[in-house]
Design a protein around this ligand. Sequence first.
Ligand code: SF4
Length: 408
Amino acid sequence: MSFTSNGCSRRQFLKTTGAAGLGLLASSAAADFLSAQEPPLVPTRPFGKTGANVAILSMGGMFDILNNQLMLRQAVKWGVTYWDTANSYEGGNSEPGIGKYFAKYPEDRGKIFLVTKSTAWTLTGMTEHLNLSLERMRTDYIDLFFVHAVRIRSIPIRSIDSMDKDMQRWGEKAKAEGKIRFFGFSTHSNMEECLLAAANLGWIDGIMMTYNYRLMHTDAMRRAVDACAKAGIGLTAMKTQGGGQVLTNTPEELKLAGRFVQSGFTEGQARLKAVWENPQIASICSQMPSMALLSQNTAAAVNRARLSAGEREMLDQHAQASAAGYCAGCTGICEPALAASVPVGRVMRYLMYGRSYGNRDFASSRFQSLPAQTRAVMAQVDYTAAEQRCPQRMPIGRLMREAASELA
Ligand code: SF4
């Protein structure tokens, strides 16, 4: 598949995206990919036991899709045909952006594995969200519908225990009506416990969870992923860059980035490759708000070179050296140790959106959605006990105070 045969010449592509100025060719893997006359499509993998094969790179829907339709067009042409959105993304504008695309290119709907999520947390609310998602995206069905952000048992709201018989029946009814093909949930915190519980339920088709080079080698995560793979649950990794809350830019980090570029790919591409090396992971969901990032990640997906033992070691060393700057989402450890109710894991995630992803507006809007009382107390709480328990040894108190002022 060449640019020209797709109706988008290389010159048009670069002109439209300003790609050269955005560092599009930041790796030789990307340069090889973009210069190929017939670049290969992104490979696919089976999604658990669903029978569906999905692209190993999934396009995250947290960007202004309404005004960046070329991104979706190019994604289809490169085989990035797994699209992930949510009722709430982009203030509710992500789904209409996808709907705008399908209105223009209805023939592409059948090529896309379409995922969306509901934060309703009541069965009636989920039905309303599902119907709204179908209407917004101008489609008759969703391939995979997620209950969004399932958590640990000790935090009752959105607990994994909410995935009960009633929820199972809701999913079966939606399937019988032809509105969804598969049903599952996403999870950003205490992922290991949520995955283990899901493996025992017997009716979860798919899960999207935080999973990256920092977390994938822990015993708890290995056990959880193994259990899901045995249960035939399709797994999608997110937050795969392992972006931290404390940005350091140390000389060691710069050296690490330089070493990978010498290997032919960027450090970011190496982090994706590390996750793809586990065949139990069907796909990686990546936020790719620019053509530069879409092409870098697609180039990594089609590039068959494996990380060397030395490169895996470098990532591992980096993970260990920067552990205190990365929240592992184990909120069942730190949050119960506090005298007041502070959603440490969520605030850490918002800090990551602002600091690692550079998406300050989104981070602030998520932070502002926390109850006013929570925002008011979080800078005053004593975090000493939580810090003592934190396996990452994070400076929780300092980061909560910084978040309170930075994201307010
Ligand atoms: S702050 Fe520490 S204990 Fe709390 S969720 Fe993050 S890594 Fe886990």
